[in-house]
Design a protein. Structure first.
Lengths: 160, 116
């Protein structure tokens, strides 16, 4: 039996960088630069990465690690305003199953000598959310991410 | 659209401790008894039971006693799966944008500063 379901979500992540908008934008536009930071979870292999940064151009990233599925990200760029804005849509597949379709908007604003970056993602999560193995993977990935985030948290925060 | 729910907040609080993260990581590979959970941790069984209580309050883990053995497993209903997904994807982006910052710092030309 196949259950079809959709869940919609939007999230926003903001950062202010000590670098001019031209440099921050270039880190999204140049394949070698983008691959430096746009990778999968720490320790995962990225056997395929391509970026054709222009309106209508594609970006493909495939990540995998032993014992886990292969995740394929496939994006198409729809709007590019140099040093100001990038809008793209992407699909995410787990092995051969499509798990989400998303729109992402990246906005760059001058902030003094630096840049304020606002990343907004709108997601449709497709089917299969009730499968235990997905939850387990999600738990592990969440823990790993949280662990990384907390390791960077200021010392002296309460332990519980 | 998903909002930050109190269940998600409780779950994150429960996870804001390295011992409890180790316990959930272990349980994400399958059910375990309290003594199995305690084995890699250098603490008393009663301390482990206290951590377990926080995880249960956060809705991340449930346990049931069968005879003399308490078996613990990851509780799937606490975080709705979509919330789990959104938290995971947001965390991915938090880390990516931090890496972008590290990359920008590493490739910065030293601004108006003499180098030796």
């Amino acid at each position: 039996m196949t259950e079809h379901s959709t869940d919609h979500a939007t999230f926003v992540v903001e950062r202010t960088y000590d670098a001019a908008p031209s440099r921050v934008f270039a880190a999204w536009a140049e394949p070698a630069a983008k691959q430096r930071w746009f990778s999968g979870p720490d320790g995962w292999d990225q056997p395929r990465y391509e970026l054709d940064f222009r309106v209508g151009g594609r970006e493909v990233s495939r990540v995998t690690t032993p014992g886990e599925p292969t995740y394929t990200y496939d994006a198409t760029y729809h709007d590019i305003v140099p040093e100001r804005r990038i809008v793209y849509a992407y699909t995410m597949d787990r092995d051969d199953t499509r798990i989400s379709v998303s729109t992402a908007t990246v906005e760059f604003e001058p902030a003094g000598p630096g840049t304020r970056l606002v990343f907004t993602e709108q997601d449709v999560f497709l089917d299969g959310h009730d499968k235990v193995e997905y939850r387990e993977h999600g738990t592990k990935a969440l823990l790993n991410s949280l662990d990384a985030a907390l390791r960077e948290a200021p010392a002296g925060a309460p332990a519980s | 659209m998903l909002n930050h729910s109190s269940s998600l907040d409780l779950a994150f609080q429960a996870l804001a401790d390295p011992t409890r993260r180790i316990m959930v990581d272990r349980l994400s590979r399958g059910p375990a008894s309290v003594s199995e959970l305690a084995r890699p941790l250098s603490m008393s069984l009663s301390a482990v039971v206290q951590h377990l209580a926080v995880l249960e309050a956060g809705g991340l883990v449930r346990s049931e006693k069968m005879g003399r053995v308490r078996t613990c497993r990851v509780e799937p209903t606490a975080l709705r799966n979509a919330e789990r997904w959104i938290a995971e994807r947001r965390a991915t982006w938090e880390r990516r944008l931090d890496r972008l910052g590290e990359y920008l710092d590493a490739t910065a030309h030293p601004p108006r500063r003499k180098r030796p």
